[in-house]
Write a protein of this length. Structure first.
Length: 184
């Protein structure tokens, strides 16, 4: 199979959470600069990969080819509600098989969550784009990765062979940055 470039994207609170205790991304974690960065990245991606609770809800969302992880199918199935989506149960089919089924043989796969999905690809990311909102706290929220909050998101990424690059400012008023974590 030709090379797929796998990139991850998440914005987290100061305590490493991607959603509140109700498993909802609160408005406090939404910033225009991060939204623009995320939208542009997904517009460039050949395939979006996420769990059943993650979705970007953007104007181009219905046109994007996607894989949705779910246990509701045995292996691979078309999504009856979205002709651009394929449902995938990793217990029944490999990532390579589902990409082949979806018609993706090369290009960029954007992994957008949730925590279980991010964890599945920790040893395969070419780059993980970690956006941080340092003034937002989400007590009892949904951790971005398996192992958080016992370890920080940065410690989790580093433990999987990724190294931080130069952060980019996305929202100066809120100190929101994005840091690329690249495989060494």
């Amino acid at each position: 199979m030709p090379a797929l470039r796998i990139e991850g994207y998440v914005i987290v609170s100061a305590d490493g959470m991607l959603a509140n205790a109700s498993n909802v991304m609160p408005d406090d974690l939404k910033f225009e600069g991060d939204k623009q960065f995320f939208t542009a990245a997904l517009d460039r991606a050949d395939l979006i990969l996420h769990g059943r609770n993650s979705f970007e809800d953007q104007p181009n969302s219905p046109r994007r080819k996607r894989l949705i992880l779910t246990r509701k199918v045995r292996a691979i199935a078309p999504d009856p509600s979205n002709p651009n989506a394929t449902l995938w149960n990793p217990a029944g089919a490999s990532f390579e098989a589902v990409c082949e089924q979806a018609g993706i043989r090369a290009g960029t796969v954007a992994v957008i969550g949730g925590p279980f999905v991010f964890g599945m690809f920790m040893d395969r990311y070419d780059v993980f784009w970690l956006s941080q909102a340092p003034h937002v706290r989400l007590p009892d929220g949904e951790p971005c990765f398996p192992g958080v909050p016992a370890r920080s998101p940065q410690q989790v990424l580093a433990s999987h062979g990724l190294r931080a690059g130069q952060p980019q400012m996305l929202d100066p008023a809120a100190d929101v940055t994005v840091t690329p974590w690249r495989r060494t």
